[in-house]
Structures are given as structure tokens and as C-alpha cells.
Design a protein around this ligand. Structure first.
Ligand SMILES: CC(C)(COP(=O)(O)OP(=O)(O)OC[C@H]1O[C@@H](n2cnc3c(N)ncnc32)[C@H](O)[C@@H]1OP(=O)(O)O)[C@@H](O)C(=O)NCCC(=O)NCCS
Length: 110
């Protein structure tokens, strides 16, 4: 295995449905910077669209995700995360507004 990506459903306080969170995504260090991470993200987005998803959001590096169309969206946030590292990509419909929560499996509860 040289890399992996995961998506999971998120909840949004405005009741929007069909949104997913991207992450984690990783590529084995020796294989980084060869386009594998980009391929995982692009293919993942296409598969989400094929499933009828409405959009995708994530917490991630500011330099990396805009190239895939992800944007910082005023009014869409994730608690405890600076606005500049929270990104969303709508697949054509409206952009949600409110607070996004990832699946509780991603929580860091002691
Ligand atoms: C982020 C990651 C998945 C990218 O995978 P990759 O196969 O190297 O990505 P690609 O080859 O498609 O793209 C390389 C680009 O990613 C950028 N990049 C890689 N790691 C980066 C980082 N930590 N911060 C900013 N940009 C990063 C590089 O600048 C490069 O851009 P360039 O082509 O303009 O130079 C990989 O670097 C990784 O596994 N990092 C450690 C885990 C991680 O941070 N995951 C993301 C949060 S869950």
C-alpha cells in the first residue's frame, strides 16, 4: 500500500444532507510528491459525486486543497478549527451555512 484516503458523513447545523468529510489522507513518505495524494482526492470526489453526495469538507493544509476547488466559506465552520484551514467544496448545489461536525469516531475524547 502506498497511500489511503477516507470519507465519512458529516452533520451540518443547518440540516444540509449529503455532505461528507475528507480525511485522513496519507501517502507513504517515499511515494509523496508523485501525484498520488492528488489522484486519491480527485478519484474520491468523483466517487462521492457518483453516489449523489452534495459536497465535501475538510480540515487541512492551506496550500494544498484549493487546487482541488476547496474554499474557505464564510459562515461554514468547524468548532475549534481556524477558519483558514477549514475547507468546503459544493458539488453544484447550495453551500451550507453553520457548524459542521465530523463523526464522533474522529473526536479526541480522553
Ligand atoms: C498531504 C499528502 C497526502 C499529499 O500526498 P502527495 O502524494 O505527496 O501529494 P501530490 O504528489 O499529489 O501533491 C504534492 C503537493 O502536495 C503538497 N504538500 C504535500 N505535503 C504538504 C504539506 N504538509 N503542506 C502543504 N503542502 C503539502 C506539496 O507542496 C506538493 O505541491 P507541489 O506539487 O505544488 O509542490 C502527503 O504529503 C502526506 O501523506 N502527508 C502526511 C499526512 C498528512 O499531512 N495528511 C493530510 C492531513 S490528514
Amino acid at each position: 500500500m502506498v497511500g489511503h484516503i477516507a470519507f465519512s458523513p458529516v452533520t451540518i447545523s443547518d440540516g444540509s444532507v449529503g455532505w461528507f468529510g475528507l480525511g485522513p489522507v496519507s501517502v507513504v513518505p517515499e511515494y509523496q510528491r508523485r501525484g498520488i495524494g492528488s489522484a486519491l482526492i480527485r478519484e474520491g470526489i468523483e466517487r462521492l459525486k457518483a453516489l449523489g453526495a452534495q459536497g465535501c469538507c475538510l480540515v487541512g493544509h492551506r496550500e494544498y486543497y484549493p487546487r482541488f476547488g476547496f474554499k474557505n466559506v464564510a459562515g461554514l465552520s468547524h468548532a475549534g478549527v481556524p477558519a483558514e484551514v477549514f475547507f468546503a467544496l459544493s458539488f453544484g448545489g447550495r453551500m451550507p451555512q453553520g457548524a459542521v461536525e465530523f463523526h464522533e469516531g474522529f473526536g479526541a475524547k480522553g
